[in-house]
Design a binder for this molecule. Structure first.
Ligand code: OW7
Length: 408
C-alpha cells in the first residue's frame, strides 16, 4: 500500500494519506491483520482510492466516530452503499440504519426485550441445552469440526426458539444473515453469489416476522406486545423482529468459533478457564475483541467533519475498522494475544454509543452456556488440521475448525 499524495485526487487537497488496498478482496479477507496494521500506521485517516471512502483504523478515532452520531450518520446506510443515491436491497433496518429520533423507540423496545432481566428466564434452559449438546457431540467423537458441531449447532438450537419462529425453514437463517453482512460491502463476487437466493430468503424471513406466525411467548411476541402498548407502531414490529433474525444468528455462530479457535491456539488460557469457569464471560468478550466477528461498519458524514487534521467532506462514506481498533497497540498491551487476564471491556467489537449491539447479552449468555458445558468435560482442545476461513465482506468467520479434544 502507498501513502504518497499524488496531485488531482480528492485526498491530495487535505494531504490525507491514501491507499489502493481493497479491504474486501479475498486475499485481505483471508488475513486482514497486515492491512489493519498498515492502515493504523499510515495515519488517523486514510483515503481508500478504490471506493473513494475514508478509513479509520486507530482505536481512539474509531471510538470517537462511533459515539458521534450527529456527525457520522447511520441513516444513509452502514455499508458502502449510500442510501441518498442508491436504493437499499431491502427496507432499511429501523435500528441499524436509522438515526435519532426515529431510531430511539425501536431501540428502547429491543433493549428491554433483550435486556439482562428478560434473559434470566432463559438462563437455566440454555445451560441445560448446552450440557445436552456437548454430551451428544462428545459421545459421537472427540475429533470433529467445531463449526458444524458446536458454533452452528448451539445458537440454532436455542435462538430461533427464543425468538419464537416455527421449526420449518430455519436452515435459511444463516444464508440470509450471511448475505445481509456481505451486502454492507461492495457489489463484489460475494454479493453476486448470494443474490440468486435473496427473494426466497427474504420472503421466508419476512414471513417469520408476522404476529400470527410467531409463538405466543418469545422475543418476537414481546416485540408485538410493545406495539400493543404503543411503544412502537404495528408497522414497525415486523421490521424489529427482522433485526433479530438478521443480526442474531451468524454473529453468535462466528463469535463462538472465535472463542474455540482462541482456546485451541492458546492452551494455557483454556487451563485458566477450567480452573475458574467464572472467566467464561471474559473469555467471550476477549474473543470478540481479539477476532472481531463484525469487522467493519460505515458511517456517512452529515457535515464537513474534522478528524485530526483531515477534513472529511459532507456526504463522504467513512469505513470504521472495528477489528483494527480492537488490536491497536496504542490502546491494548500485546494486542494479538488472547489473554483472560486483561480487561477487554471498552473493545469496539459491539460498536459503541447509541447503536452498540443490543443483542450482546443474548450473545454472552449463549457463549457462557456452551463454554461452561465444555469446561466441565474437556481437558484440552487442539487443532486437528488446518482451519478454513469463511470469507464475508463484514464478518470474520471460520468455515471449518477441525479440533481434537481430550476429556477429563
Ligand atoms: C438489522 C451487528 C450488526 C445488524 C446487522 C445486520 C442487520 C441488522 C443489525 O447489526 O437488521 O437491524
Amino acid at each position: 500500500m502507498t501513502t504518497t499524495v499524488p496531485p488531482g485526487t480528492a485526498a491530495s487537497a487535505t494531504g490525507v494519506p491514501h491507499s489502493d488496498v481493497d479491504p474486501f478482496a479475498h486475499d485481505v479477507l483471508e488475513d486482514p491483520l497486515p492491512m489493519h496494521a498498515a492502515l493504523r500506521e499510515a495515519g488517523p485517516v486514510v483515503h481508500l482510492d478504490r471506493y473513494d471512502v475514508f478509513a479509520l483504523a486507530r482505536y481512539d478515532d474509531v471510538h470517537a466516530a462511533l459515539v458521534d452520531w450527529q456527525g457520522f450518520q447511520s441513516s444513509a446506510g452502514v455499508g458502502l452503499s449510500n442510501f441518498r443515491y442508491e436504493e437499499p436491497w431491502r427496507p432499511p433496518s429501523l435500528l441499524l440504519e436509522a438515526d435519532p429520533p426515529r431510531h430511539d423507540a425501536p431501540r428502547r423496545v429491543l433493549q428491554k426485550v433483550l435486556g439482562p432481566r428478560a434473559l434470566r428466564r432463559l438462563r437455566e434452559g440454555w445451560a441445560a441445552d448446552a450440557e445436552l449438546l456437548v454430551d451428544e457431540v462428545l459421545s459421537r467423537a472427540t475429533a470433529f469440526d467445531a463449526v458444524a458441531e458446536l458454533s452452528t449447532a448451539f445458537p440454532l438450537r436455542v435462538f430461533p426458539d427464543a425468538v419464537g419462529i416455527p421449526k420449518g425453514g430455519r436452515e435459511r437463517l444463516l444464508p440470509y444473515g450471511n448475505h445481509a453482512f456481505n451486502a454492507f460491502g461492495p457489489d463484489n463476487d460475494l454479493v453476486a453469489k448470494g443474490t440468486p437466493r435473496v427473494a426466497e430468503l427474504s420472503g421466508w424471513v419476512n414471513a417469520q416476522c408476522q404476529r400470527d406466525v410467531l409463538s405466543p411467548a418469545g422475543f418476537g411476541a414481546d416485540i408485538w406486545a410493545a406495539s400493543d402498548r404503543g411503544d412502537i407502531t404495528p408497522e414497525q414490529a415486523p421490521l424489529v423482529v427482522r433485526s433479530l433474525l438478521t443480526a442474531g444468528v451468524d454473529t453468535t455462530v462466528h463469535a463462538i468459533s472465535a472463542i474455540l479457535y482462541a482456546f485451541a491456539t492458546h492452551p494455557d488460557q483454556w487451563q485458566r478457564l477450567r480452573e475458574d469457569p467464572s472467566l467464561a464471560r471474559v473469555a467471550f468478550d476477549e474473543a470478540v475483541r481479539w477476532e472481531s466477528p463484525v469487522q467493519t461498519f460505515f458511517r456517512t458524514a452529515t457535515t464537513d467533519v474534522r478528524v485530526h487534521d483531515v477534513l472529511i467532506p459532507e456526504g463522504s462514506k467513512i469505513l470504521m475498522f472495528l477489528a483494527a481498533a480492537n488490536r491497536d497497540p496504542r490502546r491494548w498491551a500485546d494486542p494479538d494475544r488472547y489473554d483472560l487476564s486483561r480487561d477487554p471491556s471498552g473493545h469496539v467489537g459491539f460498536g459503541m454509543g447509541i447503536h452498540q449491539c443490543v443483542g450482546q447479552h443474548v450473545a454472552r449468555l449463549e457463549a457462557e452456556s456452551i463454554l461452561t458445558a465444555l469446561a466441565r468435560r474437556v481437558a484440552t482442545i487442539e487443532l486437528d488440521g488446518p482451519p478454513v476461513r469463511h470469507h464475508n465482506n463484514t464478518l470474520r468467520a471460520w468455515e471449518s475448525l477441525p479440533v481434537r479434544l481430550t476429556l477429563g
